[in-house]
Design a protein around this ligand. Sequence first.
Ligand code: PEP
Ligand code: MN
Length: 340
Amino acid sequence: MVVVMKQGSTQVQVDQVIKLVREMGLKDHVIVGTERTVVAVIGDDRHKDRSVFETLDGVDNVVPILAPYKMASVEVKKERSVVQLGGTLGGSVGGKRVGVIAGPCSVEDRSKIIEIAHMVKEGGAVGLRGGAFKPRTSPYAFQGLAEKGLQYLAEAREQTGLAIVTEVMSIDQVALVADYSDVLQIGARNMQNYNLLSKVGEQNKPVMLKRGLCATLEEFLLAAEYIMARGNVNVILCERGVRTFEEYVRNTLPLAVVPAIHRVSHLPVVVDPSHGTGKRYLVDPMCRAAVAAGADGLILEVHQDPEHALTDGAQSITPTQFADMMKVIRRVAAAVDREA
Ligand code: PEP
Ligand code: MN
């Protein structure tokens, strides 16, 4: 349920609501809006008496949350959330500006990641992507540089100011990855690793949650809820395509999910057309389409020499293609009242 306070309610009155929530064995999350404050009550409140809140001073009304996800729902928060990415460039997703995160699939060596960081910054990115821990289908394939890779990413941030977005694959890596990076990426294969979701919910760096390969929209939002229920509300949803019968692409990229999420959730949505298509020639048109559909950000793979990339070369674009694409993206963004 959500306890909606009257306009002009006092902190003492809000504290009284919080006290009662805690006495019921439930958790509170206070959202101070532009007009009024609401207290979201988190936990299983099906058998709790809502009317006790209604009679408290300063309370306007109490509304049940109908969606299965609570913190992620527009029923709890109407205004869209803006997530600050970190770094010194001040990039964010969810505001007027479409936040672009670019970089290689994996960190391959020090000089290449630093060089590409400068190149994508030049092109207009606010975040640098690159995996140090890679979820590979084959145990014999390149698994990433682990902590060394994180150190190179941190050095790239120092030189460019870009926010670092990198994947964390397991609970025991969370502290390490959070130490070096600005945004923790949860990969598609881990979207339903609930222990991992809870763990990243307990630290305070933003989390970019990628949609599972066969997850429904509701499962996706419930996964976000796991993170938010632990106190970390800085969640970015990432549509990266789902597995279908189709063979001309690696994954099928359902862009309708962008407005569909915006209808039910305040969380920002970024689109990953690299994994979403698996084909270099489709990245540029799908970026344009994503921005036109209202995406709050883009994350894409850019590599100096895609033919020789250690991972995902077929879907990586070159820095020149990236810079050219960004010029068009800015025009598309302007057409839908955004910036890029
Ligand atoms: C990646 O971003 O390189 C990656 C492995 O993504 P996903 O989890 O979407 O497959
Ligand atoms: Mn990749």
